[in-house]
Design a binder for this molecule. Structure first.
Ligand SMILES: [Zn+2]
Length: 247
């Protein structure tokens, strides 16, 4: 590899908070997270930005069951980075727990699926809560259509179903090989099956199942050994978190 290529070198997982929730009668450990990729030529790519500081906890969730960790700005600071050091911000979707600090990244180019951006901009109520953060006039967007290689070794995958135009991310690392960030296409490891069911916040079960199958096939075809699920608290306990990283 020559020195002027831009390829992923490090992947950081930032754990922003944890909570315990009840879904279909089971108690689940959930995690809120975002990700940072550093490339061989020193670029920084942030994937999502977490819950904003200005929202109360979701209704019906006692504070004791939710533990807020360091936010994305503090976690970047621990790595010696400021928001202006971020070159790209990949927006997987505009749910509140994924887009709450987007407005801090005014020097970055924000990458989102055109379908998702159009739906959110049209005033869809689901994305209204985070709108002051993702629809800030100082933000620069690049709208993409479907699967897109952002740079060699980093591919955005259209995985609608949780929301229209949701995206997952495949990152190829020098030692770990391909790592799949499923985000909310597959929030828990146990849902990574071809005949999975939707959860209450999922928009379209048929699309969600098709996206899950697409990711299952990708794991086979690309020989992905690590799939990181969007909110799986049990899995995240076993993963390296920033300041440690995958390389
Ligand atoms: Zn989420």
């Amino acid at each position: 590899m020559t020195t002027n290529t831009s390829a992923p070198q490090k992947l950081y997982l930032m754990q922003l908070g944890t909570s315990t929730v009840s879904v279909a009668g089971r108690t689940l450990e959930m995690v809120l997270g975002c990700y940072l990729v550093e490339t061989s030529d020193g670029k920084h790519i942030l994937i999502d930005s977490g819950l904003p500081a200005d929202v109360p906890l979701p209704a019906g969730r006692p504070p004791a069951e939710h533990e807020q960790g360091k936010n994305v700005i503090e976690q970047l600071g621990d790595l010696g980075l400021r928001p202006d050091d971020i070159d790209f911000l990949i927006c997987t979707h505009f749910d509140l727990d994924h887009a709450g600090y987007h407005d801090a990244f005014t020097k970055a180019e924000l990458i989102v699926q055109r379908e998702h951006y159009a739906l959110a901009r049209s005033g869809h109520p689901r994305f209204a809560a985070a709108r002051p953060h993702w629809d800030h006039p100082a933000l620069r967007y690049r709208l993409i259509d479907g699967d897109t290689e952002l740079l060699p070794g980093l591919t955005l995958l259209e995985t609608g179903g949780h929301t229209p135009g949701h995206q997952s991310v495949l990152v190829r690392l020098p030692q770990s090989g391909p790592v799949l960030l499923a985000i909310d296409a597959v929030v828990m490891q146990r849902l990574f099956t071809p005949d999975r069911k939707a959860w209450p916040l999922d928009d379209n079960e048929e699309q969600l199942r098709a996206s899950t199958r697409k990711l299952l096939e990708l794991v086979e075809s690309e020989q992905v050994e690590l799939v990181i699920f969007g909110h799986d608290g049990q899995q995240w306990q076993t993963l390296k978190k920033a300041p440690a990283y995958y390389e």
